[in-house]
Write a protein that binds this ligand. Structure first.
Ligand code: SF4
Ligand code: SF4
Length: 148
């Protein structure tokens, strides 16, 4: 009986009214993973290497990204190529495991050779899959299917 006396019907009705009002509004959530939102243009996803219009590495191995990276996750082995005036990355290794997606590497690159892409499904089952060599840096991250 005490419970019924102290029950606040006004709050209950107010709460129900708020719930009812929102039934007719546009939903702001999506049914992930079936539905996916497109990230905003300045989203910081996985570090990616870029090529120029001739399909050549834009990177000239100035090492600015290597020096500025606070977690030291970029390693580059510079190389020389016949007919190319600048150096090119013979090897470009990136350890996403320790990347904090700060974007300093991209800001430091004066050659537009790298970007943080719009990928956000970056979970992996194995630690080795967080290591990217030059070939893997140019392609999207392989999608991992959930295993039971
Ligand atoms: S985003 Fe930051 S932590 Fe990641 S590689 Fe670039 S500089 Fe390093
Ligand atoms: S800053 Fe740009 S050009 Fe310099 S090494 Fe890094 S990716 Fe290459």
């Amino acid at each position: 009986m005490n419970f019924i006396k102290t029950f606040n019907y006004k709050d209950l009705i107010q709460g129900a009214a708020v719930t009812f009002k929102h039934q007719f509004k546009k939903t702001v959530t999506v049914q992930y993973p079936k539905q996916k939102l497109k990230p905003f243009p300045r989203f910081r996803g996985r570090l990616t290497l870029l090529k120029d219009e001739n399909g050549e590495d834009k990177c000239v191995c100035c090492m600015a990204c290597v020096r500025i990276c606070p977690t030291q996750v970029i390693e580059i082995k510079p190389g020389k190529k016949e007919g190319r005036k600048t150096r090119y990355p013979e090897e470009y290794n990136f350890n996403m495991d320790r990347c904090i997606f700060c974007g300093l590497c991209v800001e430091s690159c004066n050659f537009g050779a790298i970007k943080l892409n719009d990928e956000y499904e970056l979970a992996q089952y194995s630690r080795k899959d967080f290591y990217f060599n030059k070939e893997k840096m140019y392609v999207p991250t392989p999608k991992v299917e959930y295993k039971k």
